[in-house]
Design a protein around this ligand. Structure first.
Ligand code: GDP
Length: 209
């Protein structure tokens, strides 16, 4: 890596893995013609609106606002591509926001169908759910998309800083149950604010791309 560069900020080139300092926004794709097909490895991030998907991506990249945080949920049905040390981070559009129109819901469904039905658009997935709650029907649908794609994916249970210690195990069990994850399926406790799980998630990504 480039960790030896003078004045390089901390957090890059960790242990010879992915250099999360090397980040570049590439493009937003609003239809399937615009998806990138250049053969790079790609990590697809999915999650319902407000689950903290932007925050998780930002925490991985040690940035505050690389992926936009708190933009009007559901307003943009598009797939955002970032280049991170030679691999794409793909920010899939959030789902499940109550106040979006039927039109937007249909656009989301159509775009996701297009994305997941085409092989080789991504290498692995990261499905972000809220550690406090049972996964929603939309979360289950998204897990099925990833299972059907036949790519490895990891489920990230975000906002664990909001849990009492006694809630952690039962809540993780409920997530496994509802999403149909085996006991050995990768499920990571995560907190962007308390910085829990970042190393494990980066490790999973590095091992699967
Ligand atoms: P997105 O719509 O899924 O991209 O969600 P955002 O990243 O915009 O986050 C939604 C809200 O949840 C924001 O107010 C974040 O500050 C907050 N948030 C995100 N991650 C965490 C976390 O790990 N813990 C807590 N307590 N709040 C979080």
């Amino acid at each position: 890596g480039s960790g030896a560069e003078k004045g390089a900020p901390p957090g890059g080139g960790e242990g010879g893995g992915m250099n999360t300092q090397k980040v570049e926004f590439i493009k937003s794709a609003a239809n399937k013609k615009a998806f990138l097909r250049d053969g790079r490895h790609a990590v697809a991030f999915a999650g319902r609106s407000n689950v903290g998907k932007s925050s998780v991506i930002n925490s991985l990249l040690n940035r505050k606002n690389y992926a936009r945080v708190g933009a009007t949920p559901g307003k943009t049905v598009q797939v955002n591509y970032f280049l991170v040390d030679g691999a794409y981070f793909i920010d899939l559009p959030g789902y499940g926001y109550a106040r979006v129109s039927g039109d937007e819901r249909r656009r989301w469904g159509a775009l996701m169908e297009d994305f997941f039905q085409e092989p080789n658009l991504f290498t692995m997935g990261v499905l972000i759910v809220d550690s406090r709650h049972a996964p929603t029907a939309d979360d289950v649908t998204m897990a099925e998309y990833f299972f059907d794609a036949g790519r490895p994916f990891v489920v990230v249970a975000n906002k664990c800083d909001k849990l009492k210690k006694s809630e952690i195990e039962p809540n993780l069990e409920r997530i496994r149950d509802v999403l149909g994850l085996d006991d050995d399926f990768p499920l990571l406790l995560y907190s962007c604010t308390a910085k829990v799980g970042r190393r494990e998630l980066l490790g999973f990504i590095e091992n699967n791309i």
